[in-house]
Design a binder for this molecule. Structure first.
Ligand code: ASP
Length: 434
């Protein structure tokens, strides 16, 4: 008998996870879920992260050295950064339009506002402290942080992805500059490492339905009181509406206009990565799968994907920037603060920079939101207002972040003549299980 296709298995895992979580809350099985179910979700995420550094190194070394000359690399890098910035600015602007039209913060009563602030002040404080640290740094700190002083130290933490990328590009340039015969053994080694990493992702993905089951069950039992959620529904709808426009309108339209690929083939190719982004709330954890899907199912050649996607996972967060714009204006509205046009432009600038600075891990966008709030003079403890719904919105914005990276990789690939036919036409074939 033919087994269910992987994406259905993942969706089923998600659904059962939510149902299990709801039942666990009713039956007082919270602790059981945390002790016995949640660890499997953690193991699943750890496995994905485990494969990220070897995959990025192998794929980027190959990608850069395959380019064969440095001018090609800088052309591609220029386009990548340009398109990434463009899509992020569009996302922030879209968020601002939605939140200014819908005005979700104006209807909040004094009582609800106090309730929200009281319940989440402690959580908000820890985010504010984390952001303070980032603010203390000098203007060029981000640049300094990109250049590692020790590659082994950098590669030993998933949080230093930009440092690893910097080193690998530097190394790849070295490989281009030495005689090809000398570079050959190294290239073969990385080729092999790359193939093995992809195979391991296939194996890890077999665990995906169980992993997402555990993640969602744990999320439900650990969620705070649902009562307060009601006050935040309007705000959440604004964020979701904006994110939805990005996923279902903006990206497929870009892909269609610039590459001629249909809506269907785009979603068929990328949806397992989207589902995973939703379940893990982390673009970094999703990266290995995004790379595999984009290469095998969307036809982006490795030279492009190996550069564009790891960079994108770290710096391109359209969903996060859109969310930051909506959240900042919502909090201002809730406090009755009028924002001028200048404030709104400040949001475009700071949300763009803050999303670039956000780590690709759960909740990072909220830490950086503190910086946006500070820039427009909105009290930072206003974070407490939106804390309750942050996780579900984080899950959705991560889907946008990942979809944005995949889209840009297709556009860049097309622009440098590296967009071929997908290697796997039918998306079930790859994980085919008879
Ligand atoms: N979780 C998001 C990501 O990994 C970042 C964020 O917005 O918090 O892409």
């Amino acid at each position: 008998m033919k087994k269910l296709a992987l994406h259905w298995q993942i969706l089923l895992g998600m659904l059962l996870g939510v149902l299990f979580g709801v039942a666990a809350v009713q039956l007082d099985l919270k602790q059981f879920t945390i002790d016995w179910i949640k660890p499997f979700g953690t193991i699943f995420i750890n496995l994905l992260k485990l494969i990220a550094v070897p995959l990025i190194i192998a794929s980027l070394v190959k990608g850069v050295s395959d380019l064969q000359d440095i001018s090609k690399l800088s052309r591609m890098a220029g386009r990548t950064v340009g398109i990434y910035l463009g899509t992020t600015i569009i996302a922030v602007t879209l968020g601002l339009v939605v939140v200014n039209v819908a005005q979700p913060g104006n209807g909040i009563s004094e009582k609800t506002r106090q309730e929200l602030v009281d319940s989440f002040t402690d959580n908000a404080q820890s985010k504010i402290t984390a952001a303070e640290k980032q603010k203390e740094a000098g203007p060029l700190q981000a640049l300094v942080d990109m250049v590692p002083s020790n590659i082994f130290a950098a590669a030993s933490s998933n949080g230093n992805m930009l440092q690893v990328i910097f080193f690998v590009i530097f190394f790849g340039i070295g490989l281009i500059l030495i005689p090809p015969v000398k570079a050959q053994p190294f290239m073969e080694f990385f080729d092999c490492l790359y193939e093995v990493s992809l195979k391991l992702i296939d194996l890890i993905m077999l665990m995906a339905p169980y992993g997402v089951f555990a993640l969602l069950a744990a999320l439900i039992v650990e969620a705070p009181s649902w009562d307060i959620f009601r006050a935040l529904i309007q705000y959440s709808l604004c964020v979701l509406f904006g994110l939805g426009l990005m996923i279902f309108g903006f990206y497929p339209l870009l892909v269609r206009s610039f590459t001629g690929r249909s809506y269907r083939s785009f979603f068929n190719g990328i949806s397992p990565a989207q589902l995973l982004a939703f379940s893990t709330s982390s673009s970094a954890a999703t990266l290995p799968v995004t790379m595999e899907r984009v290469e095998e199912h969307l036809g982006v050649e490795r030279e492009v994907s190996s550069f564009v996607l790891p960079v994108g996972a770290t710096v391109n967060m359209d969903g996060t920037s859109l969310y930051q714009a909506v959240a900042a204006v919502f909090i201002a509205q809730a406090f009755g603060i009028d924002l001028t046009l200048y404030d709104q432009l400040t949001i475009v600038l700071t949300a763009t920079l803050a999303s670039i600075g956000s780590a690709a891990v759960p909740g990072a966008g909220m830490v950086m939101l503190v910086i946006v709030l500070g820039a427009i003079g909105v009290p930072e403890f206003g974070l407490a207002l939106i804390f309750a719904v942050d996780r579900p919105l984080d899950m959705c914005r991560t889907v946008v972040n990942v979809t944005g990276d995949a889209t840009v990789s297709m556009l860049v690939a097309k622009s440098v003549g590296k967009l071929g036919d997908p290697k796997v036409k039918n998306w079930d074939d790859h994980y085919a299980t008879e």
